[in-house]
Ligand binder design. Structure first.
Ligand SMILES: *Cc1c(COP(=O)(O)O)cnc(C)c1O
Length: 475
């Protein structure tokens, strides 16, 4: 591989504090020329982790940060970073984050940050409109989808379960529900016996008729069904649960419907793909990460609820020493809607992105992710020996190299080895997961700068690596 690796050899000049915008632009321009995964040698603990008794020059420590510490990280914003859920943050988001930090508003209360609060309310309104939520909707930004799922679980519990009935409460999810939802339920005090795993259909979507059956059985047994968590874009396969059918079960039984769209809700912004999420407008709450498929830097997740009052009921603080934060006539303070009291203004970078891109370009950028996964799938179907395990769905495709003479276990190891070799090559980073118990390689492609050529070349190189690994097997 002749592509340059990240500079870790101490050759770079210290950053000039006077040129932050140029440094930002340069870093973004460099990105596509760097490998998608850092050289293994670049990983490991940085050298000077000890805190000195007396401080040293800022330029020196900042240069070390740039040269020694920041390169020791995966580049989830690289065009060919296809593992996990990438975070292809755009330049406007990075600049918005830097400007926000420069002023550092306390976005907990309107009186402390009227401008940022108005922007946050407007961004939530824009997302609520995209989802088709009514005028009563509201919400707030927080660290990400995990926090949003926890906040939603707490709001659902307050809305649907009287305190003395909590031990009878039952929540419904599927085997493809993100693990942060299970953690949220545990944190909220629910025991494993209060959680039902609804069956999946052949496409890994929650089976709404099984949901209806489980709810009826729990009601008959005197339990209190209160929450269904549906997924719009499962992390593993991109599957979208049948939201309309699930919403119907929830409405019939007075259950809170939370839609985890942390990754997939961005499809609402592409007119061609919005119909995939039909029914989302019937949800009580929606988790939607802007730091995944909405091109923001990390720490930019939103929770939107159909009835804003539900968040105040669950999270209102009501402390005397916080009354100063009230601005007469304004909406409730954000510190009364979620878990954070002091909180950063997370929505400003999204505002800057949307102002500069506009909705048409944002929709096109989201639609591009669908195409990227489809190109990868197409290349796989043309490459002998490969099987598409789950078809391209919401920018995710899973697949597996299956030469005829290997056992399932050997095939698992071979696929893992192919992904490892591609990572060493540095061209692209492809993830590995399990689907129905067997290893599957996984591509999640969200980057607006990734091309059809990138997708086809990634599959070609993966095929070459898999065949090389196969030849080396002791058979
Ligand atoms: C990424 C993801 C989460 C977790 O969100 P974080 O922002 O990483 O906390 C939750 N649910 C789904 C479906 C996800 O893809």
């Amino acid at each position: 591989m002749d592509q340059p690796r990240a500079a870790t050899d101490g050759a770079a000049e210290p950053p000039r504090a006077a040129a932050p915008i140029e440094a930002l632009t340069q870093a973004l321009e460099d990105l596509a020329r760097l490998p998608a995964s850092p050289a293994p040698a670049a990983l490991g603990a940085p050298r000077s982790l000890d805190i000195p008794e007396r401080g040293r020059p800022l330029a020196e420590a900042a240069a070390e940060l740039v040269r020694e510490i920041l390169p020791r990280a995966a580049r989830s914003d690289h065009p060919r970073f296809f593992a996990f859920i990438p975070s292809p943050a755009g330049a406007a988001s990075r600049l918005g984050e830097a400007l926000t930090a420069a002023v550092n508003p306390q976005a907990g209360a309107w009186r402390q940050a009227e401008g940022p609060a108005a922007v946050e309310a407007a961004m939530i309104r824009w997302m609520a409109d995209a989802a088709g939520f009514p005028d009563t909707a509201g919400g707030l930004f927080m660290g990400g989808g995990s926090a949003a799922n926890l906040t939603a679980v707490a709001a659902a519990r307050e809305a649907k379960l009287q305190p003395e009935k909590r031990a009878d409460g039952v929540a419904y999810l599927s085997a493809e529900t993100h693990s942060s939802v299970l953690r949220a339920l545990a944190v909220a005090g629910f025991l494993p016996g209060q959680i039902r795993r609804v069956a999946l259909d052949a496409a890994f979507r929650m089976d709404a008729s099984d949901l209806a059956r489980l709810v009826a059985a729990d009601l008959a047994a005197g339990r209190r069904p209160f929450l269904v968590v549906a997924t719009a874009g499962a992390t593993n396969t991109g599957a979208v649960d049948p939201l309309d059918e699930i919403a119907a079960v929830c409405e019939r039984n007075d259950l809170w419907l939370h839609v985890d769209g942390a990754f997939g809700a961005s499809a609402l912004l592409s007119p061609a793909h919005r119909p995939l999420l039909t029914g989302i407008e019937r949800a009580d709450s929606l988790a939607w990460d802007a730091h995944k498929w909405l091109f923001q830097t990390y720490g930019c997740g939103a929770l939107i609820v159909r009835d804003r009052a539900r968040l105040e009921q669950a999270f209102g603080l009501g402390a005397d020493y916080l009354r100063d934060g009230d601005l007469p006539g304004s909406a409730p303070n954000f510190w009364d809607l979620g878990l954070e009291t002091s909180r950063p203004a997370r929505a400003l970078k999204l505002w800057l992105t949307l102002q500069t891109m506009g909705t048409v370009a944002i929709g096109a950028a989201v639609a591009h992710g669908f195409r990227l996964a489809a190109w990868a799938e197409d290349e796989l179907t043309r490459t002998p020996g490969w099987r598409v395990v789950t078809a391209a769905s919401m920018a995710i495709v899973t697949f597996r190299f299956e030469p005829s003479r290997l056992s399932p276990e050997q095939t698992d190891s071979l696929n893992l080895e192919a992904a490892r070799r591609l990572e060493r090559d540095g061209f692209a980073l492809v993830g590995a997961t399990r689907v129905q118990g067997r290893v599957a390689l996984r591509i999640c492609a969200l980057h607006p700068d990734a091309t059809e050529g990138d997708m086809r070349e990634t599959i070609r190189r993966l095929d070459a690596e898999a065949r090389a690994a196969l030849r080396e097997l002791p058979l």
